[in-house]
Write a protein that binds this ligand. Structure first.
Ligand code: MN
Ligand code: MN
Length: 314
């Protein structure tokens, strides 16, 4: 496939207007398999913000992706019709209205039969994304890569919504089935022993970073596959990566995964019943040399490759 497109030229990676991997920017859903959707919202952030600039920077970094996935032997943009939907309508000072917009817009895409790959934005966006996906698919198993469990009771003055609470709310609302859900990469100092225990008490399986390092990537992938059965939603907080590999994020925790380990862990999801994806917490104002955005773009490419591989197997 040539890179000739609506812009009317064979574009080099440094030229033109960046949609995700040069996918057409359209809201015409006819014949479309996958929509890449930006959610530029960082009003749920507890420390340093800036993830509202994440979708734009990930799109720019995606232009360097050449298109063929060697480990999976697939070319996702040929196997699937992918569009760049653009961004959900967010309202910076109003998290609840923004969440309603996310659920409504993404719900419309799912109702049309598309799979959605959402680019955040902070992790608060996963709750409205899960609401939309559970409406379509029923309760989902969750595969959650993160250095934090994001299962706090509340974070700011008893308010229910922030990037520290989405998965407690998701369990409470019955959007995810805890028995089919797993969190991978937890680490760092916490407010106390309860932080991680609360996630386990909700019924989620937890593999801490120390456990993951001890087990190694293949055994972690095996543990994920044992737990994450049935229809699945994948949520990927870029701070699962070590800050050396992803400095551009709001709440960095040292001692995390390398880029290569994360690529392998994502490829380890091959063949699972994957219904939706988000990739969150990329904060370009704290990035250096686009390290974080480039990693995020590559992870998004791996997600598309997994879907393309599923399509081939179907
Ligand atoms: Mn995190
Ligand atoms: Mn998170």
């Amino acid at each position: 496939m040539s890179t000739a497109n609506a812009y009317g030229a064979d574009l080099q990676p440094f030229a033109g207007i960046p949609s995700f991997m040069r996918c057409p920017v359209t809201r015409d859903l006819a014949g479309v398999d996958v929509a890449v959707v930006g959610v530029p919202f960082d009003g749920g952030t507890s420390y340093r913000s800036g993830t509202r600039f994440g979708p734009r920077q990930i799109r720019a970094a995606s232009l360097l992706l050449w298109g063929y996935n060697n480990p999976l032997a697939v070319r996702p943009l040929e196997a699937l019709r992918v569009i760049d939907y653009g961004d959900v309508d967010v309202i910076p000072p109003d998290i609840e209205a923004t969440m309603r917009h996310i659920t409504a817009e993404v719900g419309g895409l799912l109702a049309a039969g598309l799979t959605v790959l959402a680019l955040g934005g902070d992790h608060s966006i996963s709750l409205p994304l899960l609401r939309a996906h559970a409406q379509r698919h029923g309760p989902l198993g969750l595969v959650h890569f993160d250095s934090h469990p994001d299962t706090w009771e509340s974070e700011f003055g008893g308010r229910p919504y922030s990037h520290g609470t989405p998965f407690r709310r998701a369990v409470e609302e019955g959007l995810i089935d805890p028995a089919r859900s797993i969190q991978v990469g937890l680490r760092g100092p916490t407010s106390g022993a309860a932080d991680w225990q609360q996630a386990r008490d909700l019924g989620l399986r937890v593999i801490t970073m120390d456990e993951a390092a001890e087990l190694g990537v293949p055994a972690v992938s095996q543990a994920i596959r044992q737990t994450a059965r049935g229809p699945l939603y994948v949520t990927f907080d870029i701070d699962a990566a070590d800050p050396a590999f992803a400095p551009g994020t709001g709440t960095p925790e040292v001692g995390g995964f390398t880029s290569h380990e994360l690529l392998r862990l994502v490829r380890g999801l091959r063949g699972l019943d994957l219904r939706g994806f988000d990739l969150v917490e990329v904060s370009p104002p704290f990035d250096h040399g686009d390290i974080t955005a480039i990693l995020a773009a590559n992870l998004a490419f791996e997600f598309l490759s997994l879907l393309a591989d599923l399509r081939r197997a179907a």
